[in-house]
Design a protein around this ligand. Structure first.
Ligand code: HEC
Ligand SMILES: [Cu+2]
Length: 479
């Protein structure tokens, strides 16, 4: 009898708990797709580290967003140039601020001076490709689509044009904030910070215009890991500013393409973290993880003056690859909270120098391969390094990537073909009567791999069976 009662009360308990759960979930669920819109607003867009004004208590509206894609040369670090692909002329792209229920009319413009087609995938969109499917746009064209913001949160947007990794690696990402009904709680200062990893032909600090390196990107061997597009974006004169006693909100994103950020502010504790940019709030956090293609909102009050240093706490990235920013706090000392002196730039001397490790002997002996062996080995090099752009049968993509199949350019000129793979190729070229004016990044391959991949290409798809040796490649490389 006693057993029966216990079992019965247990079952009852489970049933009560179950209905309670269901109830609270129902109470929370408002159908945001039904929120009516009133009027039309032109969205304020800002370049980092600034964010647009808070939405406050306004009603949901039709929000007009107009974003222009610009391919621009910029500076990665002193003396190092890089060609960035941007949403609105900055890396990260312009910040978009909306509220739940807004209907966003999105206009994407691709500047006529740009070389490549692009599109946009906004993680805030409920719909195919996050908008990517409706937004592919060639240089000198514009496209529009619209979406309703159903879920509040901080979301990443990025380009999703093939090769996707390359477009993201060149800086094509940014943040869109969808505020909840009634807006986020007011704070004194808000800033926009976004991490990204970059892959260049030269190693960190190597001077001059540095081309994107697809191979390093595939291997996830970043030369630069930075906040807001370059090493100096948030340091010294570019530091973020605040006053003692202010509450700070950082909208922090991670564009990737590859690396996860362990976001940390040296000398602060986050009072609040909107974990992964969603509703969940965690308190008293030292380091928050921001996935590639993800975001977080961190909030803290600054209590003492000094320079707070923002880092990716995968710490070699901070001191040797650029993932370091500053927030300068001015105001009265408070010796009760912190007795000593916070020294400005205490971590910088290390950051300024590049520390070299002894290089391992890298030269491999050249072993003569048979032509058949070279062609066979070239197949996998092609799949790994060329296929994403020139396509599986070397057919290319009309107007964007020239064909390697039956290519007169390739078949008439062995040296130019070798040079294209070694050093990249840009400017106008004509292949089988079609003009191309785009950029091929140089590939970091060994002499043998270059010979193999070209032998594979020359011995397939109707090409003229030209044969390339590693010695031919070495001679071109020496030029
Ligand atoms: C990121 C995209 C990309 C990758 C990867 C790439 N290419 Fe290219 N390639 C291009 C573009 C774009 C052009 C045209 C450049 C221009 O307009 O000046 C081109 C041009 C060429 C040309 C000369 C034009 C022709 O069609 O004959 C050759 C040869 C070539 N690539 C071979 C290769 C080989 C071999 C690989 C791999 C080792 C490779 N490419 C990897 C984008 C790429
Ligand atoms: Cu793009």
């Amino acid at each position: 009898m006693k057993n029966k009662i216990t079992l019965f009360s247990m079952l009852l308990g489970v049933a009560v708990a179950f209905t309670a759960c269901k109830h609270s979930a129902e109470n929370k669920q408002i159908d945001t797709s039904k929120i009516p819109v009133k009027g039309e607003i032109v969205a304020e867009l800002t370049s980092p580290p600034l964010v647009p004004k808070p939405i406050g208590k306004r009603d949901a509206a039709k929000l007009k967003v107009s974003l222009e894609i610009l391919e621009l040369e910029g500076e990665m670090v002193d003396g190092v140039k890089y060609t960035y692909w941007t949403f609105g002329g900055s890396v990260p792209g312009q910040f978009i601020r909306a509220r739940v229920g807004d209907e966003v009319d999105f206009l994407l413009k691709n500047h006529p001076d740009n070389k490549l087609p692009h599109n946009i995938d906004l993680h805030a969109v409920t719909g195919p490709g996050g908008g990517a499917e409706s937004s592919l746009v060639a240089p000198g064209h514009e496209v529009s689509f619209s979406f309703k913001c159903l879920n509040p949160g901080l979301y990443v947007y990025h380009c999703a044009t093939a090769p996707v990794g390359m477009h993201i690696a060149n800086g094509m990402y940014g943040l869109i904030l969808v505020e909840p009904e009634g807006g986020l709680a007011p704070v004194d200062k808000e800033y926009y910070v976004m991490q990204g990893d970059f892959y260049t032909e030269g190693s960190y600090g190597e001077q001059g215009l540095q081309a994107f390196d697809m191979n390093k990107a595939i291997k996830e061997e970043a030369d630069y890991v930075v906040f807001n597009g370059n090493v100096n974006a948030l340091v010294n004169d570019n530091a973020l500013q605040a006053k003692v006693g202010e509450t700070i909100r950082l909208f922090v994103g991670n564009g990737g393409p590859n690396l996860v950020s362990s976001f940390h502010v040296i000398g602060e504790i986050f009072d609040k973290v909107h974990v992964e940019g969603g509703d969940l709030i965690n308190n008293n956090i030292q380091t928050t993880l921001i996935p590639a293609g993800g975001a977080a909102i961190v909030e803290f009050k600054v209590d003492v003056p000094g320079t707070l240093v923002m880092v990716d706490h995968s710490i070699f990235r901070a001191f040797n690859k650029g993932a370091l920013g500053m927030l300068k706090v001015e105001g009265e000392e408070n010796h009760q909270i912190y007795s000593g002196k916070i020294m400005e730039g205490i971590y910088l001397p290390e950051g300024g120098t590049i520390q070299h490790m002894p290089k391992m002997a890298k030269k491999k002996p050249i072993i003569a391969k048979t032509p058949d062996q070279s062609i066979a080995d070239g197949k996998s090099v092609f799949a790994r390094t060329c296929l994403a752009c020139h396509q599986s049968e070397g057919q290319g993509i009309k107007g964007v990537f020239p064909p390697l199949a039956k290519s007169d350019f390739l078949n008439n000129n062995k040296e130019k073909a070798i040079d294209a793979v070694l050093f990249g190729l840009k400017g106008e070229i004509t292949v089988n009567g079609e003009k191309y004016n785009s950029v091929m990044p140089g590939q970091s391959l060994t002499d043998q791999e270059v010979a193999d991949v070209l032998n594979y290409v020359y011995n397939n798809w109707g090409n003229n069976k030209t044969f390339v040796t590693p010695i031919n490649v070495r001679d071109r490389r020496a030029k």
